[in-house]
Write a protein that binds this ligand. Structure first.
Ligand SMILES: NC(=O)c1ccc[n+]([C@@H]2O[C@H](COP(=O)([O-])OP(=O)(O)OC[C@H]3O[C@@H](n4cnc5c(N)ncnc54)[C@H](OP(=O)(O)O)[C@@H]3O)[C@@H](O)[C@H]2O)c1
Length: 357
């Protein structure tokens, strides 16, 4: 009798507890989903997909939507580099030393391995030494890079590209081709590789990507994997078409002139009695701080106008701008940019004299 009574009481208790249990499951699931949706937690499935990339994502709906779309599906990628010179080494270093993602930035791509050709032994050996778990050197020519990688970067001189690419056997399903050369067009790369257009890209960057600075230009736009790979290298700028990319390349061609300005500032200081080392260090520091100011809020389209306008009225900087205008320096810069663009377009040899003749 008492057993039966106890059983009944237990069943009653369970009936009371069941809705409570169901309610707590629903509430917990909601909290969990919200945490996930706002990026506070990472699902286990994505944790196991990463070896070295930092996964705790900042609270950002934009980043979550990217993660939601593709990250969960992303396997680790195998990269290959044909030509292991200055720019290849910079990209590899940049990719393998990325910092945790910043707010609103895309998660980096998890990298499984990086295959590089053996030429320029000093560079390939040094990459292998720095990143022994990731970098593998292949001695048997470029086809072995294709056999051991899925995203293939071609970092050869423009005149070597066509012959190299047409000698290789790409797998249309597996391979994506990214050419770093400045002048070989998408049409040429597609023709030489026999890959479908959606598998062929051009990318332009400066060696500063090794320190995740400077930004990468990519054309055509729309490849999420490449965007996420290049975003941590200082930013990924997808170009609408190759003409836009050509124009966007021109400020990068003023890197040499910028260094020449630093050089002339240094020499001017030396002429005025400053020791050369101090002059060099001081000039570099000054320009760095100016560029950091310029970069801050640089998505604001009037950022540079604001900086120019905030120079003290009647002050030394405003006067320097006026003097340079008087000497036509800014117009001259524009003309130099036009000349370099016309060389990229194959219209002239890029010299101002040839443009004017
Ligand atoms: N450097 C930059 O700042 C920069 C920026 C943007 C774009 N780019 C473009 O990137 C490309 C590479 O430039 P880079 O400055 O990196 O040139 P680089 O330092 O001269 O590198 C070219 C590399 O290709 C290798 N190579 C040549 N023929 C090869 C072959 N048949 N098989 C395998 N490797 C071969 C060279 O090896 P060896 O040394 O043994 O000949 C060298 O390691 C160029 O198209 C350039 O316009 C460069």
């Amino acid at each position: 009798m008492s057993d039966e009574y106890n059983n009944r009481r237990n069943i009653k208790k369970m009936l009371y507890l069941l809705p409570l249990l169901l309610l707590s499951i629903i509430v917990f699931d909601n909290i969990n989903q919200n945490l996930f949706a706002y990026g506070f937690i990472i699902p286990n499935s994505s944790r196991k997909n990463t070896k070295r990339n930092i996964l705790i994502y900042e609270n950002s709906n934009e980043s979550f939507s990217n993660m939601n779309e593709s990250f969960l599906k992303t396997e680790k990628v195998r990269l290959g580099f044909i030509g292991c010179g200055t720019i290849a080494a910079a990209i590899v270093k940049g990719l393998l030393t990325t910092e945790p993602p910043r707010k609103n930035s895309l998660l980096p791509i998890p990298i499984e391995s990086i295959a590089v050709t053996s030429r320029s032994k000093q560079k390939s050996n040094s990459l292998k030494q720095s990143f022994p778990d990731f970098v593998h050197i292949y001695e048997n020519g470029a086809q072995s890079i294709l056999d051991n990688a899925d995203v293939i970067f071609v970092c050869l001189l423009p005149e070597q590209i066509s012959q190299m690419i047409s000698s290789l056997k790409f797998d249309c399903k597996r391979h994506t081709l990214v050419s770093l050369a400045s002048s070989n067009t998408l049409d040429e790369l597609i023709k030489d590789s026999c890959l479908p257009p959606e598998k062929v890209y051009r990318m332009i960057c400066l060696p500063s990507v090794a320190r995740q600075q400077g930004g990468c230009l990519v054309v055509p736009k729309g490849n999420t994997l490449l965007k996420r790979m290049f975003e941590p290298l200082g930013g990924c700028f997808e170009c609408e078409n190759e003409d836009i990319m050509k124009a966007m390349m021109i400020p990068g061609c003023l890197m040499g002139p910028l260094y020449a300005i630093l050089q002339s500032n240094r020499d001017w200081l030396v002429k005025h009695g400053v020791p050369k080392g101090d002059a060099s260090h001081f000039v570099a520091k000054q320009y760095l701080s100016m560029m950091q100011d310029a970069e801050f809020d640089s998505r604001n389209p009037s950022r540079f106008d604001d900086l120019v306008n905030e120079q003290t009225p009647g002050g030394l900087n405003e006067q320097s701008i006026e003097n340079l205008k008087e000497l036509n320096v800014f117009k001259d810069y524009e003309e130099v940019m036009d000349a370099i663009l016309s060389r990229l377009e194959g219209k002239t040899n890029g010299f101002i004299s040839s443009r004017n003749s």
